[in-house]
Design a protein around this ligand. Structure first.
Ligand SMILES: *Cc1c(COP(=O)(O)O)cnc(C)c1O
Length: 456
């Protein structure tokens, strides 16, 4: 057998022509989004008031396995895809493990993450519908950057509500978005009713993702020619992100490699859902078996310690209700948490797969995440995003297990992005000032007790 190269490249023609919708192969479908007023499943018409119509259709489609990727989106993908699949020979050697480690690197674009894969799709459908622009929220800033890039390319207006503490702590992220023409507002702001209400109740708040979502949705619904777009959690986003898994699988298939373990970090679940999709499809159809591991921060443990229940996707409770593993929409991770992945809930597709025992989850503490990040940067060269480093941590742990048992397992993990805008977090780590805070059951109780009571 030919030696596997460090990087397995695909050609431009091998960029997927269709997204894969894993819901089509799920026996137990994810629970439907509910209208918070009536507690009935959201209809296409209702969803179309918030989202672009084509995206609302994708959100509701549990049955079509393959959906064509429009040519204009494929052309945009060609500027930064196919993304490389890397064999981590250097890391394997450093760990002295018999395991074979591969990672799919999604940080090769200015936004620095996989989020551009869905941003261009969502902007494209907005443009197709003849809209003026879109609104969204951003926490750490990767999604806002990705969406700004996509909107600039297509000539759409882009309004971003950026969580206030990030807006202040990450001025460079903000300026990247403005360079791409986005209008960036710190959230909570006085530009929306929900923002004014939150400011009146908590004048010193530094904001949260849930609150920024509420402001972005309100602005979309109240502005003629605008819709709201979201960079994670939703089933449509997992669909777009399936390009990650389809490419990874095509590259591995070229060399007849079959992964035993597939690992991804999980915030709202979009990169993990996208990476595992085609492999999970094989598992669901009984064609192959894989072990899937979602990795989340110990300080925001929605899968490992949350409850599987209907919850609000935002703090202002204006979004549809989603059934998901959640810590409650009022949950905010402790202030010392620097590692991203701070969303209170998890994609309803992944939540259902996890509840059905088709996937496992693990939580890791941030100091051990940054130790893994530092090792990876020094050995493999790429400075990873803190979010991505959760997956690195568990990939290293699994490879070290193989060293003990002598098993030659093949491990695939998602390296979702680069960490250049996270140097304040790295600084805390380098100065020995990073600490771990694991919420107590008491800490989690308030958020879980406040879950909405749903009769459905
Ligand atoms: C947003 C982000 C994540 C987490 O989001 P998911 O929807 O869970 O994938 C992970 N890594 C990077 C680099 C991100 O920007």
């Amino acid at each position: 057998m030919e030696k596997i190269p460090y990087k397995i490249y695909l050609s431009e023609n091998e960029i997927p022509k269709q997204w894969y919708n894993v819901r089509a192969d799920m026996k137990n479908k994810p629970a439907p989004l509910l209208n918070p007023g009536t507690q009935k499943p959201m209809t296409l018409e209702e969803l179309s008031g918030v989202f672009c119509t084509e995206l609302a259709k994708q959100e509701l489609d549990d049955t079509t396995p393959y959906i064509d990727i429009p040519q204009e989106i494929r052309d945009f993908y060609k500027m930064y895809r196919p993304a490389p699949l890397v064999r981590a020979y250097c890391l394997e050697k450093e760990l002295d493990t018999p395991a074979k480690i591969y990672y799919k690197f999604e940080g090769n674009n200015t936004s620095g993450s996989h989020k551009l894969n869905s941003a261009i799709a969502q902007a494209y459908y907005a443009k197709e519908q003849g809209l003026k622009g879109v609104t969204t929220e951003t926490g750490a800033g990767q999604w806002g950057t990705a969406l700004s890039m996509a909107c600039a390319y297509l000539g759409l207006d882009c309004k971003v509500y950026m969580v206030k503490c990030s807006y202040e702590q990450k001025p460079f992220r903000r300026e990247v978005m403005r360079t791409y023409g986005a209008d960036v507002t710190p959230s909570p702001s006085s530009t929306t009713e929900v923002g004014r209400k939150i400011l009146a109740e908590h004048p010193d708040t530094t904001g949260s993702l849930g609150c920024a979502i509420s402001e972005a949705v309100e602005t979309a619904v109240k502005s003629e020619g605008y819709r709201y777009v979201l960079g994670s959690v939703l089933s449509q986003v997992l669909l777009h992100q399936s390009v990650i898994g389809l490419e990874a699988k095509a590259a591995l298939d070229k060399y007849g490699v079959k992964p035993d373990i597939i690992i991804g970090c999980a915030g709202g679940g979009s990169n993990l859902g996208g990476l595992i999709s085609p492999f999970m499809g094989e598992k669901l159809r009984g064609e192959a078996d894989y072990e899937f591991i979602a990795v989340e921060p110990a300080s925001c443990p929605s899968l490992t310690r949350g409850r599987y229940a209907y919850d609000f996707c935002d703090t202002g409770m204006v979004c549809p209700l989603a059934k998901m593993y959640t810590l409650g929409s009022s949950f905010i991770p402790s202030a010392n948490h620097a590692g991203g992945l701070r969303y209170h809930g998890m994609s309803s597709v992944l939540s259902q797969l996890y509840d059905d025992g088709l996937m496992s989850a693990r939580s890791v503490e941030q100091t051990s995440v940054f130790e893994a990040a530092e090792k990876f940067a020094r050995i493999e060269g790429i400075l990873p995003a803190p979010e991505s480093s959760h997956a690195i941590r568990v990939a290293i742990d699994e490879a070290l297990k193989c060293k003990e048992t002598g098993e030659e397992k093949t491990i695939l993990f998602g390296l979702t992005g680069t960490g250049y805008f996270d140097m304040v977090a790295y600084q805390r780590f380098n100065d020995g000032e990073m600490s771990d805070y694991i919420p107590t059951d008491e800490d989690l109780k308030a958020g879980l007790d406040a879950l909405p009571k749903i009769n459905a």
